[in-house]
Design a protein around this ligand. Structure first.
Ligand code: GDP
Length: 366
């Protein structure tokens, strides 16, 4: 038979009409399913169990500027604090293009292989202006972002550098309570943000590149002085010799700096993030530093100093916020500024008037 499918015995296989096309959007999804809001106790319980979804939602509350969110966030942080503090916190900085994301990817995999759990956070001063974060983005750390023992969170974007840094510091507490034993805080090496990162980490790693000519040009002395380790990336191919030369120059420069408070002499190493060369040596250095500073007491001393620093930072933040959001201040500030600009009163008199106004207003309410 020429067309066997026409035979009666295949009748059941006859295809009539095609089914109508499926809608492209799942109709059940058009109604937005609202997530149930956890109670603070549920948040804490989830975090302590290492539940990443709960941790992420708690971090969102920490980052929120809404008053009710902040209240819940503070309650969660307070309950997590006794379970925090046990991680090794490492600050990582370097100019854009130095290889931060490539390096964090391989550093992270190296640590995970050793059985660690890693959280990668970021402080990105540009994210407020550009409304998009260039750091800590999952897509930048391709391999790490697929690992279940890695938690990557982009920089909080709202507010001043101080505000952003505070949120990152609070996020460290939540990550530690969730069982992350290593925390990276990444930042771009271009401005003020290094100081903020330095004030919340145990070890500060500066990624550098070998350039041409004078290697030390363009590097802010202050940033170099903060570094516990300087690592020169892209020491591969034709670049190996240049990287070695740069390392020697950095070592010489470091000798000119005053001795560090920790008693540790900063090390300079070369490596290649891309080709995975010299990674183990970098983490051996970090381990050695932690052992060294735990033994001489500097580790705990620095953590205490940092806690003190953040207390005063918080007070300053709150004072500033309360001042600028005070209705009496808001009403008079623009006018007073105009008076200063027109040389009618001096800056100092203007400031004193505003302060008096503020203090009178709060004592009236108090
Ligand atoms: P970031 O801006 O500091 O995060 O830098 P990236 O990690 O995005 O790296 C910038 C560029 O340098 C990318 O094109 C990387 O592929 C390249 N790169 C990073 N690490 C190395 C390395 O070890 N060797 C070489 N040759 N190139 C690298």
């Amino acid at each position: 038979m020429e067309h066997p499918e026409n035979d009666d015995k295949y009748k059941g296989l006859k295809v009539n009409q095609g089914v109508s096309e499926m809608p492209t959007v799942n109709p059940y999804m058009t109604k937005r399913v609202r997530r149930r809001q956890y109670t603070p106790a549920e948040f804490v319980e989830g975090i302590l169990k290492g539940n990443i979804t709960v941790l992420s939602q708690a971090v969102t509350l920490v980052e929120s500027s809404r008053h009710d969110h902040q209240q819940v966030a503070q309650e969660i942080i307070e309950k997590c604090l006794p379970h925090a503090g046990k991680s090794v916190r490492v600050g990582i900085t370097g100019v854009p293009g130095a290889g931060k994301s490539t390096s964090i990817d391989v550093f992270g995999l190296h640590l995970l292989k050793q059985g660690h759990k890693l959280a990668v956070l970021a402080i990105d001063p540009s994210s407020e202006r550009s409304k998009g974060s260039i750091l800590g983005d999952k897509t930048r750390m391709e391999q790490l972002s697929r690992e279940k023992n890695a938690f990557i969170r982009p920089s909080p974007s709202a507010g001043s550098l101080g505000g952003v840094a505070r949120k990152t510091r609070e996020t460290i507490v939540l990550c530690e309570a969730a069982g992350f034993d290593t925390v990276f805080v990444e930042t771009v090496g271009v401005g003020q943000s290094e100081t903020a990162v330095h004030s919340m980490v145990d070890f500060f790693l500066l990624i550098q590149l070998a350039g041409t000519g004078d290697e030390l040009q363009g590097i802010k002395r202050g940033i170099m002085e903060m570094a516990d380790g300087i690592i020169i990336n892209k020491a591969d191919g034709d670049n190996i010799e240049k990287a070695k030369l740069a390392a020697a120059q950095f070592r010489n420069a470091l000798h000119l700096f005053p001795p560090t408070e920790s008693g540790w002499f900063p090390k300079v190493l070369t490596y290649s993030g891309y080709y995975n060369i010299g990674i183990k040596e970098i983490w051996d250095m970090v381990d050695e530093y932690i052992r060294f500073t735990k033994k001489n007491g500097y580790f705990d001393y620095k953590r205490n100093e940092q806690a003190k620093y953040w207390m005063y930072e918080s007070i300053n933040d709150t004072l500033r916020d309360t001042f600028y959001h005070n209705p009496a201040v808001e009403e008079m500030l623009a006018y007073t500024e105009k008076q200063v600009l027109q040389n009618e009163i001096s800056s100092f008199v203007a400031a004193k008037r505003m302060m008096d106004l503020f203090l009178a207003d709060i004592s009236k309410k108090g």
